[in-house]
Structures are given as C-alpha cells and as structure tokens.
Write a protein that binds this ligand. Structure first.
Ligand code: IPE
Ligand code: IPE
Ligand code: MG
Length: 240
C-alpha cells in the first residue's frame, strides 16, 4: 500500500454527542444545547473544505432518539427545519451538496419537503458532500435494504447468487458514498449508537472528551492529524 493511500482522508463521519449535558451543566434547556450544536455544524463544514475532506457525514437524529420527550423531539425537528432554511443559500454558494440518509417516511411533511427541496437545490455542487443522518439507524437501514433486495429477487431483477458486498452497499442509503475513513464521537462515550455499522467496518475512530458544542476546529484538525499518523492495514501486513 502506498504512503499516499495511508494518509488520504476522503470521508469523515461525526457522532455529534453531548448537546444535552452541555446545556444541563449550565442550567440551560437541552434545546439550547442543540441550538449551540447546530451552530458548530457550520464551522466544521467550512473547516472540512479547508482540510480537503470531500465527504462529511453528521449524525443528527437516530431512530432511537424518538424515546426522548415530545418537547425535545419537536424542538429538534424545528431546529432541523430552521437549519435547512438558514443555511441553504450559503451551501449553494460554497459548493456544498447536501443529502440526507435515514427513514424519511416517519418525519413530518414540512421537514421532508424542505429536505427534498435542498437536496435538489444543491445537487449540482461537488466541493463538499455533506450527508446528514436524520432518523437514521444502521440496523434500520439494513432492514430496509434487505426488503428492497428481497423485492428485487421476487421480481426477477436480482439473483440471490449475484448478491455481493457491493450489492449490499448499493442498496444502503449511502450508495455511491465511499466508506468513512474516520469516525469521530464527541462527549466521551465509547460507542457508535447504531451509526453506519456496515460502512465503518474498517474506519478509524476518534473519541473526544469535549461535548459537541465545545468542539473546535483545532480539535477537528488534531483528530485528522492523528488519523494521518495511523497505519491502516485492512487485514494485510504492511511492507510485505
Ligand atoms: C446529541 O446530543 C444530539 C442528539 C442525539 C440529537 P445529546 O442530546 O445526545 O446530548 P447528551 O448525550 O444527552 O449530552
Ligand atoms: C447518538 O447519540 C445519536 C446522535 C448523536 C444523533 P445518543 O446520545 O442518542 O446515543 P446514546 O443514547 O448515548 O447511545
Ligand atoms: Mg447523547
């Protein structure tokens, strides 16, 4: 494997965790933490472009997050709508292509129409591919992909013996996006919480103590420079 291959960073995926604790520690409402978190997104999107990251995937809401209070869930949905409305012009101007992954049919119509609209608006952009995982769960994604494959087999469009790892990748929401090189999780938790299980099989991981609202471009750069120093073996023996 060449040195350049080892150091390439094409796709960063981030589990933006810790908004709620950040707010609670300051006597604020959890939604204040989510609003601070949304502001951080803009900084990280800009920094990604500077650092040469081509794909950035952000975990915004999991299929398990519906277990939270109605107030927090509806507040988050409002933040997502506002984020799309307030950021779309800048994203368009800055070459950002925005896409969403996750189970869309459980989201309300106001939000899904904005998601569809902004995806269409930014479809021609290619400087940075920003994917937001919204009502995303890796297991749910695999269930939906399996159902689609089963339908294709039933209709005679796919033969069971032709199903390969590539076929499965192509049935996932992330079809066409390379696997993440680096997955970052903020706020000190050492778990992936159903984020990109198939796609991150060979990703490097960075677990950062700071909560998402306290994340900084400097911490982001540090995670990327640590990544560049790691040796990715993909099951082989380097140098042999
Ligand atoms: C991450 O922050 C954002 C979402 C899950 C929507 P949290 O809300 O999970 O913050 P903590 O982990 O409770 O501090
Ligand atoms: C993962 O964080 C989901 C997002 C960051 C959107 P959670 O806070 O929901 O995960 P757990 O509950 O700590 O595993
Ligand atoms: Mg959390």
């Amino acid at each position: 494997m060449t040195q350049a291959k080892i150091k390439d960073i094409n796709h960063v995926a981030i589990i933006m965790d810790g908004n709620g604790r950040w707010a609670e520690a300051r006597g604020l409402d959890r939604l204040d933490g989510h609003m601070r978190g949304a502001r951080m997104v803009k900084k990280i999107v800009r920094a990604s472009k500077t650092l040469g990251v081509k794909h950035l995937t952000l975990y915004a809401f999991s299929t398990e997050n519906w277990k939270r209070s109605e107030k927090e869930v509806s507040g988050l949905m409002r933040i997502f709508r506002r984020y799309i409305l307030s950021e779309s012009a800048d994203m368009l101007a800055e070459g950002v292509r925005l896409k969403f992954i996750g189970k869309r049919d459980e989201l309300d119509d106001k939000l899904t129409s904005l998601m569809n609209w902004v995806e269409g608006q930014t479809a021609q952009n290619s400087t940075l591919n920003l994917t937001i995982a919204l009502n995303y769960g890796g297991r749910d994604e695999l269930v939906r992909a399996s159902r689609k494959m089963a339908e294709a087999v039933k209709n005679g469009d796919l033969k069971p013996e032709d199903i390969t790892e590539n076929t499965i990748s192509n049935y996932l929401d992330t079809a066409g996006t390379p696997d993440p090189d680096l997955v970052i999780r903020t706020s000190g938790e050492f778990r992936t919480s159903n984020f990109l299980p198939w796609q991150s099989s060979y990703s490097e991981f960075a677990f950062i103590d700071e909560s998402w609202p306290d994340f900084t471009v400097a911490l982001y750069e540090q995670a990327i420079s640590n990544f560049r120093r790691r040796e990715r073996r993909f099951g082989s023996v380097i140098g042999k």
